[in-house]
Design a protein around this ligand. Structure first.
Ligand SMILES: [Zn+2]
Length: 187
């Protein structure tokens, strides 16, 4: 006698099996990962990016860094946050990227129609009014993406922690055309 032919997908299936069928967005992503891993082969790489480059970019969902820049697995570090702004934590990641993992070029990417253009630093006061505590971080809102890219380049170039600040370039990605437009640093 064998019970191995029982179907796991019936109405009395356990919660773990129901989750695998995609009840939430996270369940769907985990399911996709199972398919990804099925075809995955160990690339045999170490942690050092092949192209020795770190890309700092906005977290915007319309910006697919690997496709937009022709990057392959293992090529680069990607450091992303709201706006792609150079915060202390980005400097932290860049410092580790350069000093521990061998990168030497930095590419900064903002983009058109960024969510940060529609909020202001008053966001912090609004948060304080709502929750009774003002965040320690700046919102880093901006109205002019070009100017903010210039400021970001300047923050990287003047960081005392970085080893390599000679190859730092900044761009604005157009979410409607997919093209990068280079921003020249402030002279
Ligand atoms: Zn953005």
């Amino acid at each position: 006698m064998s019970t191995s032919a029982q179907s796991p997908a019936g109405p009395s299936a356990p919660a773990a099996d129901r989750a695998r069928t995609g009840d939430t967005v996270t369940d769907r992503l985990v399911e996709a990962n199972v398919r990804y891993a099925a075809d995955f082969e160990d690339p045999g790489m170490d942690a050092k990016p092949v192209l020795r480059v770190a890309v700092v970019a906005c977290m915007d969902a319309r910006l697919d860094l690997h496709d937009a820049l022709g990057l392959a697995l293992g090529d680069c570090h990607t450091i992303r946050n709201a706006g792609g702004v150079v915060t202390d934590d980005v400097i932290r990641s860049l410092t580790i990227s350069q000093r521990a993992l061998g990168t030497r070029s930095v590419i900064l990417i903002h983009h058109t129609n960024c969510g940060l253009e529609s909020i202001t630093e008053e966001f912090r006061q609004e948060l304080e009014a709502e929750v009774g505590q003002r965040p320690v971080w700046a919102v880093e809102a901006y109205k002019d993406a070009d100017q903010d890219v210039r400021q970001s380049m300047q923050r990287v170039r003047t960081s005392p922690f970085l080893l390599h600040t000679d190859d730092v370039r900044g761009f604005v990605f157009d979410v409607t055309t997919g093209l990068l437009r280079e921003i020249l640093p402030a002279s």
